[in-house]
Design a protein around this ligand. Sequence first.
Ligand SMILES: [Zn+2]
Ligand SMILES: [Zn+2]
Length: 336
Amino acid sequence: MKAVICNSPGSLIIAERPVPERGREDVLLRVRRVGVCGTDMHIVRGTQPYLSYPRVMGHELGCEVAEAPAGSEFKTGDAVFVMPYLSCGRCQACAKGRTNCCSRLEVLGVHRDGGMAEYISVPQPFVRRADGLSLDQISMVEFLSIGAHAAERATINPGDRVLVVGAGPIGVAVLLFAALKHAHVTVLDARPDRLGLVKRLGRAESLVTLDDETRARLLEITRHEMFDVVFDCTGNVRAMEAGFDFVAHAGSYVLVSIVPDRVSFSDPEFHRRETTLLGSRNATLADVTRVMDAIRSGRIDTTALNTHRAPLASVPEVMFQWMKPETGVMKAIVEC
Ligand SMILES: [Zn+2]
Ligand SMILES: [Zn+2]
């Protein structure tokens, strides 16, 4: 089979690899769609810290069942979603149902070879039927689930003022799920093209560009109260630190993006507000189910999110295009 291999930072090739042996309790899947995300770009750049090369990337998968164990719920041709976070099921976090932050978590396409290939073998508990969703939609469930999970971490009440900082795919996912909770959502980003796409989605009440006027605009939007819940989806440590200042008294701050750095804040300001500070990592199967239901019922429309696509064989060239901000990629999908 063909697979896209990242040999070392900066080097992507198409290679022939044997079709994986199906493990006894695994489902062998024919990969049909692969969403590309920031993680993949970090792998290509060499800025993903816990990774050994060569690696087959790809964790946002829309697949069809090729071969399932006898007596399983799957039959050949079924469209399925793959949960890329392989949790251990035995640690303290897993025992609490917090499989998204399992202490022994392995992520497909990061710690283990992923699905930017024609086939992948995945343990049954991490394969989910996705009846009623198109393959494109299935490949967008994972990144939407990260937003859905973040929106669940904080308590969002109808009418709350919510600020999403960073209008990349994860920020957009947070926006969509915060809006489903009937919050008044403001989106802040430095890039006008990204805010343009957010505007077309029609779910944000206000859009704010990062400049000298930002703080004044945010105060005006909230009648000088600032926001009940602020989500950081920037991947930028200075933005993460600045976000503390946008949280209202008694508000919450949810750090969704991860930076390889220390984050500091003013303790007197933090205490004055009695800020609730939360990390949000990955997603659980409950989040995935919620996302699939929202897509199926039409409450989330995925069409506008997919801005670019290409066949598997062209990934080594298009990936470097997609990594340039001026290409304006929100979600790129590889067809296989
Ligand atoms: Zn992703
Ligand atoms: Zn675990």
